[in-house]
Design a protein around this ligand. Structure first.
Ligand code: IMP
Length: 429
């Protein structure tokens, strides 16, 4: 079995790169689709045959009936959201319950995580992270803290779990009442609700590490699906304005138990421009009319929270950094059609700070906030490209733009998306 058959799809910027569409398409060439990080902070969109599906937890390969979907141990799972998502999509995703596995090592999100995050963000005021308020950070915090964490596998032994939940509620209530002067959580209500979720999920909970290794030994092809993007990675992103998981391809190993050497191809996804949701520095941000035009043309509003996304020029300096961190093989450019009709078009090639051109992407948020993007003018185009299916049929200016991205990032652009539907895709293999 060649590692080349296993692919990782990863976001190269701050998430929302339209990875869901690419995962859906490439799932057709794989036997398994495996999420390795994050939780329902993610919003992955898949569109085909006139329908649009928004996914938060179930891997985006779910609409392929022969694909087994795996939620890896690196995730934090909100059981309620997962059950809702399964119920919403099992009609369109044939046999989903029988081909969806949730790692017994994955961690779980509980009402105290969401409550704590809402309070924390509120009291941070201007210093907030701007999170999705899904309980992601507090759940990963408990994972690292160990004593107040609950892994998915514990739903398989509910008699032991009940006592643990009651103890955790007691501990968390001391924080809610003592620190924040808030109402405590009701242990009985929490337990009754979540025990029922656990019962429904139990048939899908498994040792997915063992399962994936069996699949590898049998020569199955695995597609790993990253959530968020490299610049939101807890270690490699623009800390502290990041998410709490390993969102780069580096997350596959801890998040699934499959060693990095099993991944043959790392496919990095970028939009034709850059967006960011939440707080944090964004050197190429466009706060004027062009930024608004991109937001409207690209419908840049969060899939999970509905928040307007901040929009800016494509930042190839940040992407080159992300390419290094991921060991990038190939690039996918999405939403190229959104650039049609912009009056100006620019691309960021580097940063200047204190009068000097930077050699490396800054690690500290202060430097990133002060960095001045070096922008190169590109030829805009006005043609509608949503119907184009061959690279050669794109306007010359659009081709030049794609070629310039390849030069600046140092990797080939293999796939170009020119609309949300599966069909609106250009392959350059
Ligand atoms: P959290 O993941 O909810 O803790 O949010 C931390 C930061 O990551 C915030 O800036 C969020 O807006 C951002 N974030 C989290 N998930 C996504 C995503 O799927 N797409 C884009 N940004 C995200």
């Amino acid at each position: 079995m060649s590692a080349r058959n296993n692919t990782c799809i990863v976001g190269l910027t701050w998430g929302d790169e339209a990875k869901g569409k690419i995962v859906d398409i490439l799932s057709a060439e794989h036997d398994l689709c495996v999420r390795y990080n994050g939780g329902n902070n993610a919003g992955h969109t898949v569109a085909f045959e006139g329908e649009t599906y928004k996914l938060h937890l179930v891997p985006s390969g779910l609409f392929h009936p022969n694909v087994t979907c795996v939620i890896g141990g690196g995730l934090v799972v909100d059981p309620k959201v997962l059950l809702e998502e399964i119920a919403n999509y099992e009609g369109a995703a044939t046999g989903l319950r029988g081909r969806l596995l949730v790692s017994s090592r994955a961690h779980t999100i509980w009402p105290w995580h969401k409550k704590l995050e809402a309070l924390s963000e509120k009291y941070l005021g201007k210093g907030k992270i701007g999170t999705t308020l899904r309980g992601i950070g507090p759940a990963y915090g408990d994972k690292a803290n160990r004593v107040t964490a609950i892994r998915m596998g514990r739903f398989l032994a509910p008699h032991d779990l009940e006592q643990a939940v009651r103890q955790i509620v007691e501990t968390k209530n001391r924080i809610f009442t003592g620190v924040f002067g808030e109402e405590p959580l009701e242990a009985d209500a929490v337990w009754d609700e979540y025990a029922a979720y656990g019962q429904q999920l139990a048939p899908m909970i498994a040792d997915t590490t063992a399962y994936l290794h069996e699949a590898l030994a049998a020569g199955k092809r695995i597609l790993f699906e990253g959530a968020q993007g490299t610049l939101l990675d807890i270690d490699h992103g623009t800390y502290p304005y990041v998410t709490s998981s390993s969102a780069s391809a580096a997350g596959v190993w801890p998040g699934t138990g499959v060693p990095a050497r099993e991944i043959g191809r790392i496919l990095g996804v970028v939009k034709a421009y850059t967006t960011r949701v939440g707080e944090g520095p964004f050197p190429t941000e466009l706060t004027g009319d062009i930024g608004s035009q991109i937001r409207e043309q690209g419908n840049e509003y969060g899939t999970t929270t509905g928040r307007p996304r901040r929009c800016g020029w494509l930042d190839t300096f940040a992407i080159r950094y992300a390419a290094q961190v991921n060991g990038l093989d190939d690039i996918v450019i999405t939403l190229l059609d959104v650039l049609s009709g912009l009056p100006d078009l620019r691309i960021c090639t580097g940063y200047r700070l204190d009068g000097r051109r930077l050699e490396a992407f800054p690690a500290c948020p202060g430097a990133l906030a002060e960095a001045e993007p070096l922008l190169e003018d590109m030829e805009p185009w006005s043609d509608d490209i949503t119907g184009v299916r061959k690279f050669d049929d794109l306007p010359e200016a659009a081709k030049a733009y794609v070629n310039r991205v390849e030069e600046l990032v140092g990797a080939p652009v293999r796939i170009i998306s020119v609309g949300p539907d599966r069909q609106q895709t250009i392959f350059r293999e």
